[in-house]
Design a protein around this ligand. Structure first.
Ligand code: ADE
Length: 251
């Protein structure tokens, strides 16, 4: 039976997922809590990675080595970079890159040394299934999220799904200057976060499918930190849970 690993960075991001597992059992490894359980009859292991690339890579490795997961989905929040990627939108990573990787002049900027690549592709089939789940949820936000979340998003705009490049680095991007620099360097980047490309690299090493789905919590500008925790708890966490619910229902 397949066993799916689900990673989030923060407790607030995973809270709504954990509430939906009927039979979860907690196990602590390497200072992290892993919740093993079932969702719509499918075995899963959910875990909080904490923040940043090292924490994410360690967590992914434990999920694979110790818990035997055969695919990993990362869910959480990201800062919007591309024009039109707005707070409340969902971004599905088709490719991931570490924007702070720089071993130049030995290797081209952003290339992960000795891998011969800067970009790691998400698994196409897993991402297609999550894209379908996200579209289902976006088509009926009230049914999926409840009225409070739907109302909050409706106040913002009609939320959309974007698919493409997500960039990762060990920095919370919280100035307009920095997000403009990222847009200049990586014009096709949709969003920025702090874990995805690290997990993508670990999954590449082990040859297991990986996908990442993120709700946009801010625009990676000078106001990125305002309202962040409340948004994650009240909007992003229910959105993640609804998308994963739709995914597991169809699996
Ligand atoms: N995750 C959510 N918002 C972010 C930002 N502005 N920078 C990095 N990671 C984020």
């Amino acid at each position: 039976m397949p066993r799916i690993g689900i990673i989030s960075a923060l407790h607030e991001e995973l809270a709504a997922v954990l509430q939906r597992l009927p039979d979860e059992q907690r196990e602590s490894v390497a200072g992290r809590d892993f919740w093993c359980g079932h969702w719509h009859g499918h075995a899963l292991v959910a875990v909080l990675a904490r923040v940043g690339k090292v924490a994410a890579a360690t967590t992914a490795t434990v999920l694979i080595e110790r818990f035997g997961v055969d695919r990993i989905v990362f869910t959480g929040v990201a800062g919007g970079l591309a024009a039109g990627v707005r707070v409340g939108d969902i971004v599905l990573a088709r490719e991931l890159l570490q924007h702070d990787m720089d071993a130049s002049p030995l290797f081209p900027r952003h290339e992960v040394p000795l891998y011969g690549r800067a970009r790691f592709a998400a698994d196409a089939a897993l991402s297609d299934a999550l894209a379908h789940a996200a579209q289902t949820v976006l088509a009926q936000p009230e049914a999926a999220w409840g009225t409070a979340v739907a109302r909050e998003l409706a106040l913002l705009h009609t939320a959309r799904l974007h698919q493409g490049l997500v960039v990762t680095g060990d920095r919370f991007v919280a100035t307009a200057l920095e997000s403009a620099a990222l847009r200049r360097e990586l014009p096709d980047a949709l969003a920025v976060e702090m874990e995805g490309a690290a997990v993508a690299q670990v999954c590449h090493d082990y040859g297991i499918p990986f996908a990442a789905v993120r709700t946009i919590s801010d625009r990676a500008d000078d106001s990125a930190h305002l309202d962040f925790s409340r948004f994650v708890r009240q909007v992003a966490s229910p959105v993640s849970a609804a998308v994963l619910e739709a995914y597991f229902q169809k699996l």
